[in-house]
Design a protein around this ligand. Structure first.
Ligand code: ASC
Length: 546
């Protein structure tokens, strides 16, 4: 089946948390429409860029784009930006059931509101390993009152201006900023229906599958439904061995399905609550309402206080959830027992020519002007660095608990060329920040693949000792995984999807400061590139060629 969508991208005044500001919308809405499809269906999205002066590109997060690497929607990697006034048609197959996302992948535009959900149903007759009466979804986000341009300009300025903590947390695009009395109601109006809380209505006794996705620009979140345990059954489109939590830690770019039953006192309503964890919170709890039918949705609101998260700096609590997630026993896809190559990526915050950057093995990522897919396929060797990207760092001598020894990194555009069909391990290594005594959580997202999560560890990864601890029995597969403070995360994937793929921290500010790398594999097998992805840099030369 083919699903056709026609999306007009435009700026609109929106008040998702009661404070009025410009948002990038799809057909006038943020979040955008949910794409509903079934495994094997084709999705066609015609994007019309009606932003007056701003490019756009849309990434289909978690969709592997097998056979269509040019429609991954990653500006600078797989396509040129869609310029104002232009149309662009994305066509791709959703080859696996599950919960996925889409969002802007140009500059820091995601934080301006261009995002939504993709839900892919199982084939007819397929029985999922859990039961429920009804299916609901929520998408979580963090929200700033400064424009995306102010945020991005601060990050690239000398001196550096950090984005700071968000003003609000949004559940399905709704939050509540405490409008100051001095602010005119035309710019902040607590009674604006756009910022009335999101209401999830349930029938007492029924069981629900709740799909939960996060597209935050910065925040790691903890989600809780007051008084209701959640059984985690799906993560990033893969069935997991069910485990029960009181609240769920969710990082930007992750999706989960949880099962819960409306089995509490039905005479009242309950809070949906989302809190910032892992960074010292400066944002009030984001709330919504779990409404037991037939109570009024939000009159009166629950008289209890909305749930607080576990302590924001309880890293062990979040680490435990990461290691508790295992593949569902009936759906284990065993990883290859060995790998052909191990890439160790140390992430550090460094200065480059007076700018604050993030780098991997001392190289801070920079997008070339000609998208990599076109440059690699057409062998344009002069448009990006040809020296190989660094395979590891000096792990014998580097102290991850000390401030970066070399405060200066370089910026560059090198790539990792992966042998087609080889098995690659990536070890993400965290370390201390230069400015303070902490180490932050980074959710890493891989385009074009799912990876096995072989292990999470504390401290410095030891290439002799730690591979012996890998879970080769029932590791979960994901497309986004947390790298915890002062820890390491080991991933394995097969380089079996011809194309050029970004691997990056999903914190929008961190990617914009250089926290990413690029993998290229089997590009000689990629078919003729569509001219619609071209037009910028040297790709102009290929327009109209036979
Ligand atoms: O990248 C970041 O920069 C700031 C801080 O380290 C420097 O101000 C911060 O909290 C980040 O996550």
């Amino acid at each position: 089946k083919v699903h056709f969508y026609s999306w007009e991208i435009s700026y609109q005044f929106k008040s998702p948390d009661c404070y009025k500001k410009l948002a990038v919308t799809i057909n006038g809405e943020t979040p955008g429409p949910t794409i509903l499809a079934q495994q094997g269906d084709t999705i066609v999205v015609e994007v019309k860029n009606n932003l007056l002066t701003e490019n756009v590109a849309i990434h289909w997060h978690g969709i592997r784009q097998i056979g269509t690497p040019w429609f991954d929607g990653t500006e600078g990697v797989t396509q040129c930006p869609i310029v104002p006034g232009d149309n662009f048609i994305y066509t791709f197959v959703v080859d696996r059931p599950g919960t996925y996302l889409y969002h802007a992948h140009y500059g820091m535009q995601r934080s301006a509101g261009l995002y939504g959900l993709i839900q892919v149903a199982v084939p007819d007759g397929f029985v999922e390993p859990f039961a429920y009466d009804d299916d609901r979804s929520i998408i979580l986000n963090d929200w700033w009152h400064n424009s995306t341009y102010e945020l991005a300009t601060g990050l690239s300025s000398i001196p550096f201006v950090w984005v700071g903590e968000p003003q609000s947390l949004l559940i399905n695009g709704r939050g509540k900023f405490n409008c100051p009395a001095a602010q005119p109601t035309s710019s902040c109006n607590a009674t604006n229906p756009e910022c009335s809380p999101f209401v999830l209505t349930v029938v007492p006794g029924k069981t629900y599958r709740l799909r939960i996705a996060s597209v935050t620009s910065l925040s790691a979140l903890n989600f809780e439904i007051e008084g209701h345990n959640l059984t985690v059954v799906e993560a990033d489109g893969h069935y997991v061995k069910p485990f029960v939590v009181k609240n769920l830690n969710i990082y930007s770019g992750e999706t989960y399905s949880v099962i819960f039953t409306a089995n509490q006192d039905p005479s009242r309503n309950y809070w949906l609550a989302v809190n910032v964890v892992s960074r010292k919170p400066g944002t009030p709890t984001g709330t919504g309402i779990l409404n037991y039918f037939p109570n009024h949705p939000n009159r009166p609101p629950p008289t209890t206080a909305p749930p607080a998260s576990p302590p924001w700096n309880d890293t062990e609590y979040r680490f435990k959830q990461s290691v508790d997630a295992r593949a569902h026993p009936n759906y284990v896809l065993p990883p290859p027992p060995t790998s052909d190559r191990t890439i160790i990526l140390l992430n550090t915050q460094n200065m480059v020519d007076g700018h604050m950057k993030w780098s991997l093995n001392n190289v801070s990522f920079n997008l070339p002007h000609t998208p990599y897919l076109i440059a690699v396929k057409e062998n344009l060797r002069h448009v990006f660095d040809q020296r190989p990207a660094p395979e590891t760092y000096d792990y014998r001598n580097y102290d991850i608990y000390a401030k970066p020894k070399n405060p200066n990194a370089t910026t560059g555009t090198p790539i990792y060329r992966l042998g087609f069909n080889t098995t690659v391990d990536v070890i993400l290594q965290n370390a201390k920040m230069p400015g303070n005594s902490s180490s932050e959580t980074h959710p890493w997202h891989l385009h074009g693949h799912d990876f096995w999560v072989l292990a999470h560890g504390h401290g410095k990864f030891d290439p002799e000792r730690d591979p012996k601890r890998y879970n080769l029995v029932d590791p979960i597969m994901k497309n986004t995984v947390a790298l915890h403070p002062f820890g390491w995360t080991a991933l394995r994937f097969r380089a079996d999807n011809p194309g050029v793929w970004l691997f990056h921290c999903h914190i929008e500010a961190h990617f914009s400061m250089g926290m990413g790398v690029v993998f290229a594999e089997g590009v000689d097998r990629v078919g003729k590139l569509p001219t619609s992805i071209m037009g910028c840099g040297e790709s102009k030369n290929f327009l109209g060629s036979p």
